[in-house]
Ligand binder design. Structure first.
Ligand code: SF4
Length: 124
């Protein structure tokens, strides 16, 4: 399983919503898989992007996100790098240490924040 930097964090809050039916079904499959397997961190498109309507020629074309920057931010905050293998539980346990900065820098312009931010409100 391959995941890009910001998906390590965003998938912690996945609630079955997404850009299309195929996207959601694919994301559900990989989130479940990640529960009991490690993911390899990659640069650029990953297994979640693979069925995303914004993926064009192997690159993210979402007009609203600077994905490379938020990938880098996620890895810096989590102390990880491309090529590392990481379990979902590791990110879940680590996230309370970094969520204020993540929320401030990454979530503000995200179209999915209505789903994630209420869940982050429960983090103390
Ligand atoms: S919007 Fe971009 S980063 Fe997000 S899943 Fe689609 S291709 Fe990947």
């Amino acid at each position: 399983m391959k995941l890009r930097g910001h998906h390590l964090i965003c998938l912690q809050f996945f609630k079955g919503k997404g850009y299309s039916k195929d996207f959601v079904n694919n994301a559900k499959k990989w989130v479940e898989f990640w529960e009991s397997n490690s993911a390899e961190i990659v640069k650029n498109a990953d297994d979640i992007c693979s069925l995303c309507p914004f993926l064009k020629n192997g690159r993210c074309n979402h007009p609203g996100y600077k994905v490379d920057e938020i990938d880098e931010l996620a890895l810096t905050l989590l102390g990880l790098k491309t090529g590392d293998r990481v379990r979902k539980d590791f990110v879940k346990k680590y996230f309370p240490k970094i969520f204020k900065e993540w929320r401030e820098k990454a979530c503000k312009k995200c179209e999915w924040k209505k789903i994630c931010l209420p869940q982050m409100d429960n983090i103390t």
